[in-house]
Design a binder for this molecule. Structure first.
Ligand SMILES: [Zn+2]
Length: 72
C-alpha cells in the first residue's frame, strides 16, 4: 500500500469525519473514532460507507456483535 502521508492527512472518515490511519498489513484505512475500515484498491482509498468493513474486533470479545441478538 502506498498512500502519501500528505494525502492521508486530508482524508477523513465519511461517517464521522475523524482522521484515518493506514493499516498496511490489511491494506485498508481505519477510522480512529468509529473504527470503520475502508479498503484500498490499487493504492486508491475507497472512502464509501457502503464499502466499509465493520470495526475490527481484535483484542475485544470477538464475536459479541454476531450473535442472534444482531438480527433485529
Ligand atoms: Zn469514522
Amino acid at each position: 500500500m502506498n498512500i502519501p502521508a500528505d494525502l492521508l492527512e486530508i482524508l477523513a472518515c465519511p461517517s464521522c469525519h475523524a482522521p484515518l490511519q493506514a493499516n498496511d498489513s490489511e491494506n485498508l484505512l481505519e477510522c480512529s473514532r468509529c473504527g470503520l475500515r475502508y479498503p484500498v484498491r490499487d493504492d486508491i482509498p475507497v472512502l464509501l460507507i457502503d464499502e466499509a468493513l465493520p470495526p475490527s474486533t481484535t483484542g475485544a470479545a470477538g464475536e459479541a456483535s454476531s450473535g442472534p441478538g444482531a438480527l433485529a
